[in-house]
Design a protein around this ligand. Structure first.
Ligand SMILES: Cc1cc2nc3c(=O)[nH]c(=O)nc-3n(C[C@H](O)[C@H](O)[C@H](O)COP(=O)(O)OP(=O)(O)OC[C@H]3O[C@@H](n4cnc5c(N)ncnc54)[C@H](O)[C@@H]3O)c2cc1C
Length: 393
């Protein structure tokens, strides 16, 4: 079967890209190994407000909007970040993946479920299926096949391939009303830094509670269990469901274009280093890649695909560098440092600044503001500030 564009992976980023290309009138195929798109759930489903600009999000898939966050230090000093408009949404992620796949199919893309890609023959533009299934041919092949991308591994497109962070998440019923539905809760601890524990309310009594880090799944679950059982306000909680998943380590040197092959989304390590979130950045990259793909197909010139890499770096380089630096700073702080930082930030009026300049997906404007106002000088050692100042010279 021959297509203009073949996409490996019917995750949200791959199907969004598929829709863009199919809408431009090209023949698109999506090859997916799962039987049902989006299942099982492997996500907290928290999307910053930019989602409304970068993709379609039907209201019925929004479980709850959030107006801010409570940021907790290890000893529970709290910074409250509040906005007067929704800053983020928690969504039905399984429903959202299905919706995006349906949109791609409605636009004309062909979706092949239960097709497990085993490799590529780049010379002949073949996507190899194995198991006696017919191979596919694509003028352009796109690896949108997640954190352990077979496309990336087959073509050796990143030295970070195979390096992932493990994530664990629990759906927890607390048995009584304990959550302010307008706020997500983020808990910092040096032992899991730069990761953190999230508690995202789905109702006043239930929440998705999870974390990611450089630990195995059992260790992460122990951390979550310990967190839940040592907080008096959580007494009597029960776990309804357990989820697991992996998050790619952001790799600034990752190759995302090779000949007529592109990588997209988690497969391209397009994730925020600070939170591991990959949906907003993935959707933005899907648009960048779609524009370049259209140009390459129209002019029948695959060299044009290189512009995807150039445009991606141009747009995200500074933001991702800042987030890497923030991640490095968090990693170096002890519990005492974190407590001190929270107290000092509160004293310096940082809650107001964070509320005004803080953004889930573009974090550099806030860091820049705190830096320029001299607040970071008061709370961080000089050695850590040096890296940040270099970024904005
Ligand atoms: C616990 C957890 C919580 C998270 N929370 C958030 C959050 O709150 N907000 C956020 O923005 N991000 C979050 N993320 C990250 C987010 O889930 C990913 O960034 C996002 O799913 C990436 O989408 P994708 O389409 O690139 O890849 P994926 O969603 O991984 O989709 C890849 C698809 O490719 C298919 N595939 C893989 N290999 C093959 C093969 N060989 N042949 C055929 N098909 C194949 C897979 O079955 C899958 O359907 C979280 C991740 C985890 C693990």
């Amino acid at each position: 079967m021959t297509h203009d564009v073949l996409i490996v992976g019917a995750g949200p980023v791959g199907t969004t890209f598929a829709r863009y290309i199919a809408e431009k009138g090209f023949k698109v195929g999506i090859i997916e190994k799962k039987t049902i798109v989006g299942v099982p759930l492997q996500c907290a489903g928290l999307l910053g407000k930019q989602i409304k600009e970068v993709n379609i999000l039907p209201d019925e898939l929004i479980i709850n909007p959030f107006y801010g966050a409570y940021l907790h230090s290890p000893s529970d000093h709290i910074l409250k970040v509040a906005k007067n408009k929704p800053e983020a949404y928690v969504v039905d992620r399984v429903g959202y993946d299905k919706f995006l796949a349906e949109q791609a199919v409605d636009a004309g893309a062909e979706l092949y479920l239960k097709h497990n890609v085993k490799g590529l023959d780049l010379k002949n533009s073949h996507v190899l299926m194995g198991n006696g299934k017919t191979d596919f041919i694509g003028k352009i092949i796109v690896g949108a096949d997640g954190n352990d991308s077979i496309v990336s591994r087959t073509l050796s497109m990143g030295s970070s391939d195979g390096k992932q962070l493990q994530a664990a998440q629990l759906l927890v019923d607390f048995g009584r009303d304990i959550f302010d539905m307008d706020y997500v809760n983020l808990h910092t601890f040096s032992s899991i830094s730069p990761g953190f524990i999230w508690a995202i309310p789905l109702s006043t009594s239930t929440a998705r509670v999870g974390l990611f880090g450089n630990f195995n799944y059992h260790k992460l679950n122990d951390i979550l269990k310990n967190f839940l059982s040592t907080k008096p306000e959580f007494e009597g909680y029960s776990v309804i469901k357990k989820y697991t998943g992996k998050i790619p380590v952001y790799d600034s040197k990752k190759m995302i274009v090779k000949d007529n092959v592109l990588l997209l989304g988690d497969a391209a390590s397009q994730v925020k280093p600070t939170t591991g979130g990959g949906l907003i950045i993935g959707f933005k990259c899907a648009q960048i890649a779609a524009d370049v793909t259209e140009k390459a197909l129209e002019r029948d010139d695959m060299n044009i695909l290189r512009e995807y890499n150039e445009n991606y770096r141009k747009i995200f380089k500074n933001e991702l560098k800042t987030q890497l630096m923030v991640q490095k700073i968090f990693k170096s702080l002890s519990d005492d440092d974190l407590d001190y930082m929270f107290v000092k930030l509160k004293e310096e009026g940082a809650e107001e600044i964070i509320s005004k300049y803080g953004e889930m997906d573009d974090q550099s404007p806030l860091v820049k503001k705190l830096f320029k106002q001299g607040i970071l000088f008061k709370i961080l050692p000089k050695i850590l500030l040096k890296g940040l100042s270099i970024l904005w010279k």
